[in-house]
Structure formats: structure tokens, C-alpha cells
Ligand binder design. Structure first.
Ligand code: PEP
Ligand code: MN
Length: 340
């Protein structure tokens, strides 16, 4: 961290800054210019709050040198992290394929859709039992009953299951059934929830928040990693912009940017980005071309009757057709898609 003092800072003020730096366990390097004094704080600045210096009236500005996140950064680990769940890989040379309904609605649909997406090449089955709905009057999910149907679908298909955890009070329940725990966009900065999943030994999908910057997203991943859980899968699912033509704006650039900044696998959810079924495939294709480690898509046997996110849900036949086209795009970038 570099602290630039205002012109005319006194010796006493310089000493105050120096002592403050030392009190944080860092050492100070003072450089006196003709007009300005610059003080370098040497050491791990991540534990030092820049505001502690910015608040001093004789400090002009504070520049951070290190990235605010550590464990999830590429600097910390050069190689890509590859996560294996029940033999299925996320990261490495594969594009993992998560597919399934937005919400678990009943046993029949869950086992039915599970079988169809498995046959089409999905490597993971998704479905929400706890749903983060904008309206309190909308379907909120089946809770434990939904988790049981997911587990039955896993039994029937052999696919590992991913499902959302919304509340730390449900963590034991969700962890009992889920192979991968999803933290939804709306909870990306629910720090208590992040801390709790950080204590679990299960992979976590961390969706990007609705209006989160990449650094904020990585800081949330750092919360999980700092508790000891490094099995984190970042998921770009579109961000909120002024554009109304799509439900969210799919930030395809986030994929290569985050893969440059972090060793963690990055997957993409074109369904929630698009909000419209017809846009799912082009966004998925772009994500694969941009280097995604996985795709998550919503599939429903009867989208017009879905209890949530019908307009963006693919029918199983459309999913199957999409997978065969996307497989060729994956091959063009040297990867295999799902289990296809
Ligand atoms: C979902 O996956 O169904 C979901 C609610 O996603 P998001 O948190 O990205 O909105
Ligand atoms: Mn959904």
C-alpha cells in the first residue's frame, strides 16, 4: 500500500502514519520528495483498511498494490482448480453440463427430466427446492420434499445434483441431499451464508450477484475459501444493466477475465442471463467459445406450466438438439461437453 501525503505534511504527521502502519504489523518506507512525502506500507496489506489512512486529513490518497483477495487468486495458485464430484469433473478439459428445471415441482417431473437430460449428455442435474422469488406470493419451492425428489432423481440417473441453499438455518438439510450447493445471485453477498458453506466439505456454485463487480464476486469467493473450502465454482448468470431486451445482460467477458484473475472454474448460466428460451443457445455457444468450464441450463418438460422460469426453459428435445450443436463448438476449443 502506498500512502501519499498532502503537500506540507509535518514530521509529526509523517510519524503518525508510520506508527499506524507498524501497528498493523507492516513496515514503513518513507520517501521524502521536494513537495510530497510518500510512505510505502510493506507487508500483507489485505488486513489493513485503507480507510484508516484515507480518514487522516493530511493524507491525499491511498493506493493498494495487492489484490484484495488472496486464496482464490491466480497469484496464489497458478494451475486451474479442477473439482470432481462423483466422478464428474468441473474444470480441466471438460465443459460440465448442469441441466434441470428451475424448481423441483414433483417427483415425476424431476425423475423424468433427470432421465432425459442424462440421456442427452448432462453431467449434473439441477433443481431448486428453496426458491428466491421476487414475490412472497410466488411458488417458494417444496423444501425438504423437493430435496428428496432430487435425491430420487440422482438414484435413478446417476447424476450428481446441484441445488440452492438460501438460509444458513437450512444448511444441514440441504447438505444432506446435495452434491453441489448453489449460492444464488441474490445471496452472493450474504456473508454469513458464505461463511457457513465455507465450513462445509462440499463444492459450492457461487453465482454472480445481480449488480456485482468481478472484484466483489471474487471477494465473496474469498469468504468461502478463507473458511477452508476451496471447492468453489463461479457462475456468470448475467448482470443488471439498462438493457431491457434480455432479463439480464450476459457478461461473456467475465469468463476470460475471471479465469485470468482466479484459478477457480467458471461456469455460465445462459438461461437466467437471457430470460428467453430462444437466446439460451447463442449465449451458451458464446460462453463455450470464451472458455467456460461449464454451462447451466434450465430444462422443463412443460415450460408453459412451469412454476418458475418457464419462458427461459428448454424442452428436453430442444436441449438434446442444442447439446449436439454445442458439442461441436466445445470440440473446436479442444473440450468435451458434459457426458455427450
Ligand atoms: C436459479 O438457478 O434458479 C436461480 C434462482 O438463479 P440466480 O440466483 O442466478 O437468479
Ligand atoms: Mn430459475
Amino acid at each position: 500500500m502506498i500512502i501519499v501525503l498532502k503537500a506540507g505534511a509535518t514530521d509529526r504527521e509523517i510519524r503518525t502514519v508510520e506508527e499506524k502502519i507498524k501497528s498493523h504489523g507492516l513496515s514503513a518506507h518513507i520517501s521524502r520528495g521536494t513537495e510530497r512525502t510518500i510512505i510505502g506500507a510493506i507487508g500483507d496489506e489485505r488486513h489493513v483498511d485503507a480507510e484508516a489512512f484515507e480518514g487522516l486529513e493530511y493524507v491525499e490518497k491511498v493506493l493498494r498494490i495487492l489484490k484484495p483477495y488472496k486464496l482464490v487468486s491466480r497469484d496464489f495458485r497458478k494451475e486451474d482448480t479442477v473439482i470432481t464430484v462423483r466422478g464428474k469433473k468441473i474444470g480441466g478439459g471438460t465443459v460440465a453440463l448442469f441441466a434441470g428445471p428451475c424448481s423441483v415441482e414433483n417427483r415425476g417431473m424431476m425423475v423424468g427430466i433427470g432421465g432425459l437430460v442424462a440421456a442427452a449428455g448432462a453431467s449434473f442435474l439441477r433443481g431448486g427446492a428453496f426458491k428466491p422469488r421476487t414475490s412472497p406470493y410466488a411458488f417458494q419451492g417444496l423444501g425438504e420434499e423437493g430435496l428428496r425428489y432430487l435425491a430420487e432423481a440422482r438414484e435413478a440417473t446417476g447424476l450428481p445434483v446441484a441445488t440452492e441453499l438460501m438460509d444458513p438455518r437450512d444448511i444441514d438439510l440441504v447438505a444432506k441431499y446435495a452434491d453441489v450447493i448453489q449460492i444464488g445471485a441474490r445471496n452472493m453477498q450474504n456473508f454469513r451464508l458464505l461463511t457457513e458453506v465455507g465450513k462445509l466439505g462440499k463444492p459450492v456454485i457461487l453465482k454472480r450477484g445481480l449488480s456485482a463487480t468481478i472484484v466483489e464476486w471474487l471477494m465473496s469467493a474469498e469468504y468461502i475459501a478463507s473458511e477452508g473450502n476451496q471447492q468453489i465454482i463461479l457462475c456468470e448468470r448475467g448482470i443488471r444493466t439498462y438493457e431491457q431486451a434480455t432479463r439480464n445482460t450476459f457478461d461473456v467477458s467475465a469468463i476470460p477475465v475471471v479465469k485470468g484473475l482466479s484459478h477457480l472454474p467458471v461456469i455460465a448460466d445462459p438461461s437466467h442471463a437471457a430470460g428467453k428460451v430462444g437466446l439460451v443457445e447463442p449465449l451458451a455457444a458464446a460462453a463455450i467459445a470464451a472458455g467456460t468450464d461449464g454451462i447451466m441450463v434450465e430444462v422443463h418438460n412443460q415450460p408453459e406450466a412451469a412454476l418458475s422460469d418457464g419462458p427461459q426453459s428448454l424442452r428436453p428435445e430442444a436441449f438434446q438438439a442444442m447439446v449436439s450443436r454445442l458439442t461441436r463448438i466445445a470440440a473446436a476449443v479442444g473440450k468435451t461437453l458434459g457426458d455427450a
